[in-house]
Write a protein that binds this ligand. Structure first.
Ligand code: TMP
Length: 206
């Protein structure tokens, strides 16, 4: 049996990446594929518990360094319990965020923590997606969209407009540094049009 494909979606809060992950999941499911949709932080029982610590409360609740440790712990549990077993049984895995979020949020935007992020990733995760869709969106438009949801999970949105701009810049640099794996997607269009693009790129690539 061949190993499943690992597909991730990345972008700033309010970019529409969760909608796109869901639309791709629905499309592949309808085409009869064996596929799961999961998310980070979260995607396993333990990682969902860690998620609440990270996304709720005051922005200054954790330092950037502590966040790197918590996100990596959540990712390790998600990997062990959900992602790797699915890939091993030939299931396609779509994850709404993965390690690139830590590279950009903690490694670039929160502070200059990229070497800590990379070291922990190499030790505890050592897994990369086959393809990553990075949904790009104006940071201020995305921030308004994200905050309008009033999800109660706004700890990172509450870090403000400058933080959102640094994130947008960080994702743009991420695409440039991984041109084969990361596909830049213009998020300022109708969701259905974006989804068609993603389906076409996927069919060409995998
Ligand atoms: P979500 O809103 O896409 O579910 O993500 C929750 C928040 O966690 C979001 O503001 C981005 C942030 N985050 C990080 O800062 N680092 C990470 O590694 C991940 C996975 C998410």
């Amino acid at each position: 049996m061949s190993r499943g494909h690992f597909i991730t979606f990345e972008g700033i809060d309010g970019s529409g990446k969760s909608t796109q992950a869901r639309l791709l999941f629905d499309h592949l499911k309808q085409a009869g594929k064996d596929v799961i949709l999961t998310r980070e932080p979260g995607g396993s029982e333990g990682a969902e518990e860690i998620r609440r610590l990270l996304v709720e409360g005051n922005p200054d609740r954790w330092s950037g360094e502590t966040e790197v440790l918590l996100f990596t712990a959540a990712r390790r549990d998600h990997l062990e319990k959900t992602i790797l077993p699915a890939l091993d049984r030939g299931t396609t895995v779509i994850s709404d965020r993965f390690a690139d979020s830590t590279r950009v949020y903690q490694g670039a935007a929160r502070g200059n923590l990229r070497s800590l992020v990379d070291t922990l990733h190499d030790i505890a995760i050592a897994t990369e997606p086959d393809i990553t869709f990075v949904i790009e969106m104006d940071p201020i438009v995305a921030l308004k969209r994200g905050l309008a949801r009033q999800s109660g999970e706004d700890r990172f949105e509450d870090m403000g407009a400058d933080f959102q701009r640094r994130l947008a810049q960080g994702f743009s640099e991420l695409v440039q540094s991984h041109p084969d794996r990361c596909k830049r997607i213009d998020g300022a269009r109708a969701p259905e049009a974006i989804s068609k693009d993603i389906q076409a790129i996927l069919a060409d690539t995998l």
